[in-house]
Each structure stands twice: as structure tokens, then as C-alpha cells.
Design a protein around this ligand. Sequence first.
Ligand SMILES: [Zn+2]
Length: 337
Amino acid sequence: MSNKQQHMLKKEEINFFDMSIQFISPKKSILDDENKKRPEWLCQGVPCAVLYQNETNTTIKPFNKSSNYNITNETIKNDFNILARDEQYVYADGYPNGKINIIEFTISPISVKNLVKHYDNYPLLKILLEKADQDAYHSKGMNDCITVKDYLSKKNIDNDTTSKLERIGDPILNRSTRHTIPIPNTYTREEFEKNPSYPAPIGIRDSDFALPSEQNAILRELIRQIFCCVNAPELSYELKVEFGIDNIIPNSHGCEWCGELVDISKLNQDYCSKEHSINFCHRDPAVGTKNGNVYIGHCSCNREQGGYSETQRIEQIVRIAKYNPLYREMIMNALKL
Ligand SMILES: [Zn+2]
């Protein structure tokens, strides 16, 4: 295989299970701006498969990026750690249980575009599918994340006396893939400022983290729910097979908060502007968009639940009812079949 071919290797063409493939990770976040119109952060701790090395450069495939990166050998030597691996896992601190199953490196996102193109006549359905795609695969934004322009102008931050009083940057990236390294909720500003990456971002919110296999599972489940809504078109047998979606029962999907069926024709272009327009609801908002925690429900119901989890709401009701016989009776009567 020629050098060029090695450099261009797509994810599907790489055998990550091959024990000769080495994994490394950056000691601090790196801005990959070489020949790129839109420079991207390569975050500290993210495992990268080494694909090819010549006298000057090394081609790597970062776990959380779709493209390969070309890094100078000097940077590789100074700013990267070699990670342990075996036939099943790559060991990477910062990821859940300190390891990633190698199969996760081989999983590609499901293309919602390929599904959307079959539903030109259903603009509301397209909006929902695209929102499902956004939620399944992308972490939320962070306005405080340092911009590339500011980062490059403040690179020598220690010599920059004007910046001392200013709060610069944030550990959380402004949007990224959901299998970027998760930052614990307990991580403090002080820790960030002492981090060698500072003021560059170092990861995503813990609640946004999901491995590629879970992201696909989340998307499949959301697509399934969308096609179970009232006024949803049919998902053909071929598309069910292509996207691995099963168990579609038309007109069956209900909002868990109020129990009513969800009607996709009620989705407003003005998102959430009217009662009973549609929203992506979380059983526990603190857990985020994880498999089993998100469902398609109503905006008004989502507002009623507020920032509490379903369990917390139940606990509140139980507490009130415990000392008030009238409420207890109301609940008992309401639950009678
Ligand atoms: Zn509802």
C-alpha cells in the first residue's frame, strides 16, 4: 500500500483489532489548524490510532473525529502518551471504567440524511428526524469555550498581563461528538486553570457523553418513536431493515407525563410555542440524552416536569400525601382500576 493510501484510510478500512496498531493520546489539548479552513481541537486524553509514520509526520485517527490527522513526529514525541491496549480494549483514563471497547472505534453513525430523503413531502417529520440526529450525535454548545482566534492571540498567556483579571475559556467544548472525553461535574475552575491545556477546552459535559454504539441506539429509538406518532407516515419494510428499526406500531406513541398520544402534526415551526407541541423530554434531566432516558413528548408537559426527574416528582407527591389523609385518598382513588 502506498503512503498516500495509508494517509487517506477510512475508518471502515482500518483493522483496529490488529495488535500492531498502537494507540496514543495527547497530554494536552491541541489545536489542529494545519491547512484547515476550520481548525479543530484534539482534546487531551482522547485515544488516537496510529495509522502511518514517515520521517517527519505521523497520521493518526482520533476516536472522536471522522477524519485522520497529520501530526509532526516532534509533537507526537513531546505531547502524546502511549496507551495500553489488548485484543478487546484500549485503556484511556477519563473514559468510563478507564477503557474503551475497540469495537466502538469501528461504529459509524447512522445517516439520517439517507432516511430524510425519502420523506420530501413531510417537512415536520424532517425537522423531527434532524433534531433526533442532533441530539443523538452532538454535545450541547458552550459559549464560554475559547474561540480559535482568541486562543491563537492569547497563546502566551503567562506573558499576557491584561488577561489575568479576565475569565478566559471553559473546559467544555462548544459542540463536539458525544464520545469526546467526559468532564466530571465536580471539575472546578481552579483545576482547569492549572491544567496544561488551559485555556483550551478539554472535553464535553458528563451528561452529553455516549459511546458510538449508544448514540446509534438512541437514534434508532427516537426514529422508532417518531414513526409511532399520530400522523406519521409509514416506514417501509426496506427502510426498517436498512436502519435496523423494529417494533413500529402506528398511532401508539404517548407522552409519558400526560399519557396522551403524540401527534407530529402539532409540531410547530416556532419550536415549543404552543401547548402540546412536541419536545424531546428526559426522565431525568440531569442524566441527559442517554438511551432509555429520552422520549418524544409535549413541551407543556416537559415544562411542568421542570428540572426535576420523574422519580423526584413522585417523591415530592409521596411526601405531601404522607401527612395529609385527603391527598392519600385522592391518590388511592385515582389509581383504582
Ligand atoms: Zn404530555
